[in-house]
Design a protein around this ligand. Sequence first.
Ligand code: CP
Length: 333
Amino acid sequence: MAVSRVVEERPAPSELLGTEPRRQHVLDLDDFSAAEIEQTLETADAMAEVLGRQIRKVPTLRGRTIVTLFYEPSTRTRASFEQAGKILSADVINLTSSESSSRKGESLVDTARTLEAMGADIIVLRHSMSGAPYLVARHTSISVINAGDGWHAHPTQALLDLHTIKQRFKRIQGLKVVIVGDILHSRVARSNVWGLRTMGADVTLCGPPTLLPTDVLEAFGKAPGGLAIETDLDTALDGADVVMALRIQHERQTAGLLPSVREYIRCYQVNEERMGRAKETALVMHPGPMNDGVEISHGLAHGARSLVESQVTNGVAVRMALLYMLASPGVES
Ligand code: CP
């Protein structure tokens, strides 16, 4: 049976703006104001200008050291942080769990302290354990950027998604954004809900009841934009401006949370026909990696209505902006 309910209405736009001190960490978007998100997106615009130059190199972070410490696989996030750091002239060290002394039993905090003792300025951390970046931030004085922790948060993905939406629609406020898929286990969904609602978008979460949080307000907290839950995709898509499909992890089926991938495709795949329910101008997004033909149809993912490539491109500029905001000389936390 389809479930449809509005969880929270959108307040006045005047509540969206504020002034923020410089931050030391990027752990999630729940402590970002609209003004700080706006500032990050504007800085990303400036970084995109650098990316458009013939020689893509500026000395901004010369003498700074960034360590990417990844305990889970990644293509986009890791490569874009490395590229962002190198374009800003930082020294970038890449470590994965298989190459670090965690294989010999060293704790995450000890690894981070070791990197701090070597003079690293920023650790970009991906970890399967929700809260791991908070642990490092608490036990070291190094800047920490969360590159994805368990089911919890993926703030830099959400910022690049916000940047991509703003780039195409020239605004975020008032847009209807539908996020479809495994909401319950998605760190991308959680951070996007915070970011989108802080910027005044109305978010609808859609998926099978087994993959939706039971108490949305508890899971996502309060924020300016509206929040709704919908289990029927056609209803959710009605009047949508942006449709974000999430990756379906096949282990959800073995865990009994999905009847079958075929059934998921039938009910929840975002495809050309279903996009007829959204606005004519509606565009689709996917954080990647995609199961092409499962959560999104091949034609839509690679067609004119797709923002997937722009998301990847914008990832570099947004991560340059974050590294700059945390580590550039004269920018103190
Ligand atoms: N979207 C995302 O985090 O992709 P990667 O796992 O490739 O970094």
